[in-house]
Design a protein around this ligand. Structure first.
Ligand SMILES: NC(=O)c1ccc[n+]([C@@H]2O[C@H](COP(=O)([O-])OP(=O)(O)OC[C@H]3O[C@@H](n4cnc5c(N)ncnc54)[C@H](O)[C@@H]3O)[C@@H](O)[C@H]2O)c1
Length: 364
């Protein structure tokens, strides 16, 4: 492709900034327009980012109708991901949609159907996949180093970390902690084993911290989950124990674990993508001896960075652009993330019904 890739940004709030920052780094990409339903917000965004030629609109439809583009970043809050993504795909645009993929499972299914019909990329914004250590863990499991995986557990969680803003408004975010960081935990645990189909979920979700003015200043209006646990059965006789927390009286919900017939991998207190390297342990038996070893990068660079030292967020946006330019398929396909969404949907339903639920994924 000789001309520049033309990109639009739908939703010019918080996360649109890192998208813009990444696009601005690429010589072969130009942000040509954007839209936000808050009057004047898209215009102010482009002024702030010094992109005077980008056209600003107050609806995704107007942007799509009026500006020639190759693809868009959908950076709206969760409950409008589906409508914006489908409108863009139907107009023949490639889409990078922020995480979580959607609010309901049906929305996610409709998004994948629209992408298949249009023959365009639908990729979901899980940038931790580009973290160096996480890639190494994925490769290790894929190489067979721990044999057949039969148990997976998510770890980590925040002691105090309710994010506020649109994240705690059910009308905009759908769910709370589940949709904010729960979807990352599911992706971390299940991408490593190639996303087995989820079958059943039994879950509990609570809001003890968000609803308590002692811990959260917006307690009056807080209407989403701040903690959840789930027991998920996956195809292939794999058990997945999920936990996630925005707030709790503990420093961690424990380690992320993959247990296999030949070995195990443990991320102490779950992956830490933010400040310091995660401690990753590998366990196996060799000649009758139990071996414990620590996985460390074998090259002297930041273990969080990609080998080119690019941060995960920039790497994610670059991969979307390169996939369009090179005619590749979606780097993080909506078709795969449907299973992530199906688990979120199952947790949400099971927690409300207070019983185990079956996960049924509609035909694509
Ligand atoms: N990948 C990451 O690291 C990361 C980090 C933060 C947020 N996110 C995700 O990004 C999304 C947005 O989060 P945020 O913090 O930027 O929220 P935000 O509320 O700051 O911004 C969302 C913007 O979308 C606009 N909007 C909503 N519906 C729209 C529509 N139909 N058309 C046009 N504009 C619309 C809103 O007016 C708002 O300005 C969420 O899904 C969130 O989960 C991802």
């Amino acid at each position: 492709m000789s001309k520049k890739l033309r990109i639009g940004i739908i939703g010019t709030g918080g996360i649109a900034g890192p998208h813009m920052a990444a696009y601005k780094q690429f010589d072969n990409v130009e942000v040509v327009g954007g839209a936000d339903i808050v009057p004047g917000k898209a215009k102010a965004f482009f002024e702030k980012w010094d992109v005077p030629d980008a056209q600003a609109f107050e609806s995704a439809e107007e942007l799509i109708k009026n500006v020639e583009m190759d693809g868009v970043s959908v950076c709206t809050y969760n409950t409008t991901h589906a409508e914006c993504t489908i409108a863009a795909l139907e107009a023949g645009l490639h889409v990078q949609c922020e995480k979580p993929m959607s609010f309901t499972l049906q929305e996610a299914v409709d998004m994948v159907k629209a992408s298949k019909k249009a023959g365009k990329i639908l990729t979901i914004g899980f940038q931790p996949r580009y973290s160096y250590i996480r890639k190494k863990v994925d490769h290790m499991i894929e190489s067979g180093a721990i044999g057949k995986v039969y148990y997976i557990q998510s770890g980590g969680g925040r002691r105090r970390g309710i994010p506020g803003s649109t994240f705690v408004d059910a009308e905009k975010a759908g769910f709370g902690c589940l949709g904010d960081i729960g979807c990352y935990s599911i992706d971390e645990c299940l991408h490593a084993v190639k996303y087995p189909r989820p079958l059943t979920v039994s879950a509990v979700a609570t809001d003890y911290f968000g609803k308590n003015p002692k811990y959260w200043s917006g307690a009056d209006t807080f209407n989403v989950d701040d903690f959840s646990v789930a027991f998920v059965r996956l195809e292939g006789d794999i058990t997945f124990v999920f936990k996630q927390s925005w707030a709790m009286h503990a420093d961690s919900l424990g380690d992320t674990l993959w247990l296999g017939t030949e070995g195990g991998i443990k991320i102490v207190n779950g992956f830490n993508y933010l400040n310091k390297p995660s401690q990753v342990m590998y366990f196996t038996d060799v000649n009758g001896l139990q071996i414990d070893s620590q996985m460390l990068p074998s090259m002297p660079f930041d273990p969080y960075a990609s080998p080119s030292n690019e941060d995960a967020f920039t790497a994610k946006v670059r991969d979307f652009c390169d996939a369009i330019i090179e005619g590749r398929s979606a780097p993080i396909p909506g078709e795969e993330i449907i299973y992530n969404q199906a688990i979120l949907d199952g947790i949400y339903r099971s927690a409300r019904l207070k019983k185990e639920v079956e996960i049924e994924i509609p035909e694509l």
